[in-house]
Ligand binder design. Sequence first.
Ligand code: BYC
Length: 307
Amino acid sequence: MKEELFQQKIDKEQKIEPKDWMPQDYRKHLIRQISQHAHSEIIGMQPEGNWITRAPSLRAKMILLAKVQDEAGHGLYLYSACETLGISRQELVQQLHDGKAKYSSIFNYPTLSWADMGAVGWLVDGAAIVNQVSLQRTSYGPYARGMVKICKEESFHQRQGYEIMAEMAKGTKEQKEMAQDALNRFWWPSIMMFGPQDSNSPRTGNAMKWKIKRQTNDELRQSFIDKTVGQAEIIGLTIPDSELKWNEKTGHYDFGEMDWDEFWNVVNGNGPCNHQRLVHHQKAHTEGEWVREAAKAYAKKQELVTQ
Ligand code: BYC
């Protein structure tokens, strides 16, 4: 009975709030997805943080700093949304360190040149926006509201990346080559951010029934490709997919097959930077212990002052 009422609420597009009754599996599914999303934001700071000290101008440095800081903020909203489901931040971080919780495969690729900052902003944030615009209508209230704020900031991120790519593409021959090389390396990993094909996605069934996901992996992937091809053409870069072709009949681009072995390899912890990313997070977490202790001591002191 409770289950039926819950599903009716979902079907009527009513949001589920933290104190509402929900099936255990719905709660578990959300903790898994939201925590993966939060960890992605935080781990995602590493490949870009790598370029802050080497940004080519003060303007570029300020913009990149602001963007990386935004990612930290997104991680914090998402951890908070996840905590409303009855799990602590400490447990979530522990799951990441133990390898029990995943984060997006895309952040396990290295950022080798300044053009990669362009490719990450344009493609990775572009893909994140397509996914997150859809998630603004997710059924869990705190997650949906977090997505609204995050999407506004992601639009700025996507534009800063596209601007870098556009500038480099119309620069010297070497700069254009760097931009093309970054697109070549980041195109397929960005497409992989949308997850396995629907026919091979064990979580999609429940996610769609419970309206946690509003569109499937393949639908979102197609929508990202349709949007991005024209953007590459405008700045004179070539998408590295020989099978990419406009299909009059479907009104979408056809595209080539992804390297699924590479995808699962990276998802399962064996990508080029998986080890490095986790070790760095563990180190930063340990070294940040004194900051958390100081914040707690300060909060306690404030409590005493206001008593
Ligand atoms: N990477 O049944 P499936 C950002 C896992 S943007 C790693 O389709 P689901 C940012 C999946 O977790 C990136 N793992 O699952 C942008 C599942 O494993 P478990 C973050 C992946 O959940 C710019 C298994 O494969 N965005 O943060 O229905 C700068 C089977 O997959 C991936 C989000 O997290 C992958 N690419 O669909 C800085 C958005 N794909 O958990 C930061 C929210 C699949 O069963 N998440 N897996 O062991 C989602 O929309 C969905 O969770 C996914 C996967 C589309 C990612």
